[in-house]
Design a protein around this ligand. Structure first.
Ligand SMILES: NC(=O)c1ccc[n+]([C@@H]2O[C@H](COP(=O)([O-])OP(=O)(O)OC[C@H]3O[C@@H](n4cnc5c(N)ncnc54)[C@H](OP(=O)(O)O)[C@@H]3O)[C@@H](O)[C@H]2O)c1
Length: 349
């Protein structure tokens, strides 16, 4: 198969670099265009980018010259990793020009015609693209990746919702510093510290899983009706968002039933063969002291959510701890996964 040329917007940032790495040897996509701010435009990627990842910068992008956003070359598919205020209008413009946009930004996640996608959770919501194209009158469209805490949470809620029916969920997150981009939170503010506020985060974590677990009916998503409360904290971890989750269901399950439902969870036929799909979307650990960001964030290439400490809850029914890699499953890996799903379902033809 001839590879599809793709672009990365915000290529020099935390998520943009992950995208460059994940797309370097991708079987279906080939990076041909990079764009970033005026600070980087005109320079070669290797010169403009302060590379943050332990793996070396891929040779295939080192010599690419970064375009300014005003002159992003036309690509069939772009992966966007721009700040939301910049992404909002630019993604609209590119979609209007016929481009498929897979976005990490929050700007369009809740737009009624924009599918918010986690391929194992709601691949069928991609059909919103048909509605979006009718509205735009062209081939272009926007598809969105959820917030970096909402994505792993939705992967855990999906099988539990199907098995037992969700009523109430409370999540307390401990979110890594890489979630704030680069340079992000200054070291003196986060070393030896926890910051109990991340602007706009709780609203996203409380809303987006309800769209992801919603039902597509007559061209729109009816949000799932369970109650979700989030408290989000920034902690001095480099990568990997942890969530302590308490759940109440329509019927109270035994702990073993919850573990069995999580372990039995597999991607549906649309997502199971995609290059970025991990063998198991949710991996359950039995040890008392797992999951841990340092040890578990790279499970399934960073695309699996690791769950541990599943136990009875005196206030709700069951409580557990989950961990997801914020820049892989929660960002770059998630959008590449969406691009794969859309190609497999014929939306990039
Ligand atoms: N970090 C995560 O874990 C994570 C997870 C999920 C979603 N997201 C979302 O992904 C997006 C990118 O986040 P990030 O963490 O990668 O941020 P980041 O590290 O701050 O990188 C931002 C990127 O956008 C470019 N940029 C910034 N301001 C710009 C402007 N005015 N015009 C054009 N380009 C501009 C930067 O280019 P220069 O280098 O040239 O300045 C850089 O390439 C955000 O919407 C964020 O909310 C992030």
């Amino acid at each position: 198969m001839k590879k599809i040329p793709v672009g990365i917007l915000g290529a020099t940032g935390t998520v943009g670099q992950r995208l460059a790495l994940l797309l370097a040897d991708h079987p279906w996509f080939e990076v041909t265009a990079l764009a970033a701010s005026g600070r980087s435009a005109g320079a070669r990627y290797a010169d403009a980018c302060h590379w943050l990842l332990p793996a070396a910068m891929p040779a295939s992008v080192r010599r690419l010259v970064i375009a300014p956003l005003e002159a992003v070359p036309a690509c069939r598919l772009v992966f966007s990793a721009l700040p939301a205020d910049v992404a909002g209008p630019l993604e609209e413009r590119l979609a209007a020009e016929g481009c498929a946009v897979c976005s990490n930004a929050s700007a369009h996640r809740l737009d009624p015609n924009v599918p918010l996608l986690v391929p194992e959770v709601n691949a069928g919501h991609a059909d919103l693209i048909g509605e979006q194209r009718r509205r735009r009158g062209g081939r272009g469209f926007i598809a969105a990746n959820p917030n970096c805490s909402a994505a792993p949470l939705s992967l855990v809620l999906k099988p539990l919702s199907e098995a037992f029916g969700l009523r109430r969920v409370s999540v307390v997150t401990m979110q890594a510093v890489s979630g704030a981009g680069y340079p992000g939170v200054p070291a003196p503010d986060i070393l030896d510290n926890i910051i109990p506020h991340i602007a706009g985060e709780e609203e996203k974590v409380e809303r987006e899983p309800r769209k992801l677990l919603g039902t597509l009916r007559e061209g729109r998503v009816e949000e799932a009706q369970f109650i979700l409360s989030a408290q989000c904290n920034r902690v001095g971890v480099r990568d990997g968002h942890t969530g302590c989750v308490s759940l109440e269901f329509e019927r109270r399950p035994r702990v073993e039933e919850v573990v069995a439902a999580l372990e039995a969870f597999r991607a549906g036929p649309d997502a199971s063969g995609l290059p970025s799909s991990p063998p198991r979307p949710v991996v359950v650990r039995r040890e008392d002291d797992r999951p841990q960001p340092l040890r578990d964030r790279d499970e399934g290439g960073g695309m699996a959510v690791v769950v541990g400490r599943v136990r009875p809850c005196p206030a709700f029914h069951v409580k557990l701890v989950l961990l997801g890699h914020n820049t892989v499953r929660g960002a770059a890996g998630g959008t590449v996964h969406i691009g794969e799903l859309l190609l497999a379902r014929g939306w990039l033809a």
